[in-house]
Design a protein around this ligand. Structure first.
Ligand SMILES: NC(=O)c1ccc[n+]([C@@H]2O[C@H](COP(=O)([O-])OP(=O)(O)OC[C@H]3O[C@@H](n4cnc5c(N)ncnc54)[C@H](O)[C@@H]3O)[C@@H](O)[C@H]2O)c1
Length: 290
């Protein structure tokens, strides 16, 4: 697939090559970006990110989602700890951990490398895009692109428009999402956007039900899957997202929307014990083979 047919910039940057960043890099590569530049915090983290993206590409090849030699994809991928590599990007998507101070610092460092015509986006799950934009030089060129996990298999991307997001970007960004083969949902910047607010509320209530001994995790999940046609139960989904990630989002929503988002003690205890869900091998369920 040629990048020239795509509405997104030919060279796309991703800041933070963790679970989401690697998936976002994979999505732009597969959709035909001429180059994807991933920047992580250290050389070691960059190597881990490169291995993660290569593994995703191999999986897509094995499943027949993409065809050709691995090299034809990996040759268009640059992974580095040097943020100046963003200077050739027309769009950078930030995907560092969910921490306001870290996000502001990271976005400012990325923006400083970009040309005046380049676009900047954040993959934050819950932080205010309008508040993040206050720290940027060009807030009109900044929006939220909220990808879902796992990125290759997820069809949804929330396009979050902040108060100062410009009209040009508001018109362009949903077209980028469509070019990735995904469906854009355009939302106004509000705590939790359209998805996390409701998804986290259901997840927290399910955890409170485990805490109160109402039912076992599998029974709570089955009630929603079989009774309400959820594709996956709220506790299994919390395991996939990561309890630590969800705890951070819940704390933020609590601060913005009130006590109904207060994280249950069980959730705090599990995070403190390192039971983070699928990625740690244990959450509400056990994952012997990660
Ligand atoms: N995990 C999910 O299900 C999910 C879904 C949607 C959105 N998000 C959001 O995506 C973002 C990333 O989440 P994740 O699950 O990929 O986290 P993660 O911990 O897997 O990855 C974060 C990456 O950022 C890197 N990093 C840390 N500090 C950095 C810095 N200063 N500069 C560059 N890189 C740095 C880390 O080394 C790591 O590779 C968060 O904002 C999260 O809320 C997560």
């Amino acid at each position: 697939m040629s990048h020239t047919t795509q509405p997104f910039p030919a060279t796309v940057g991703v800041l933070g090559g963790g679970r989401m960043g690697a998936g976002i890099a994979h999505a732009f590569l597969v959709a035909g970006a001429a180059e994807v530049v991933v920047v992580d915090v250290s050389e070691e983290a960059a190597q881990t990110a490169a291995a993660r993206i290569t593994k995703d590409l191999e999986a897509s090849l094995t499943r027949g989602k993409i065809t050709g030699e691995l090299a034809s994809w990996s040759d268009r991928l640059t992974v580095t700890s040097d943020v100046t590599a963003f200077c050739r990007c027309g769009l950078v998507v930030e995907a560092v951990p969910e921490d306001m101070t870290l996000k502001v610092d990271s976005l400012r460092r990325a923006e400083a490398q970009l040309g005046p015509e380049a676009w900047l986006a954040t993959n934050t799950s819950s932080l205010s895009i309008t508040s993040l934009a206050e720290h940027l030089e060009r807030p009109e060129r900044f929006c939220g692109l909220h990808f879902f996990n796992p990125v290759p298999a997820s069809k949804l991307v929330e396009v979050v428009l902040a108060e100062r997001t410009g009209e040009e970007l508001a018109a362009l960004s949903p077209r980028w999402v469509e070019a990735l083969g995904k469906t854009p949902v355009v939302v106004k910047d509000a705590p939790g956007f359209a998805s996390s607010r409701l998804g986290v509320a259901i997840g927290l209530e399910a955890i409170r039900m485990v805490e109160e001994g109402v039912a076992a995790p599998a029974d709570i999940d089955n009630a929603m899957v079989l009774g309400y046609k959820f594709p996956i139960g709220p506790l299994a989904l919390t395991d996939i997202v990561g309890l630590d990630v969800r705890l951070g989002i819940a704390e933020y929503l609590q601060s913005q929307l009130g006590e109904r988002f207060a994280p249950p003690q069980l959730m705090r205890d599990m995070v403190a014990r390192g039971e983070l869900g699928k990625k740690s091998g244990k959450g509400f369920y056990d994952y012997p083979e990660r």
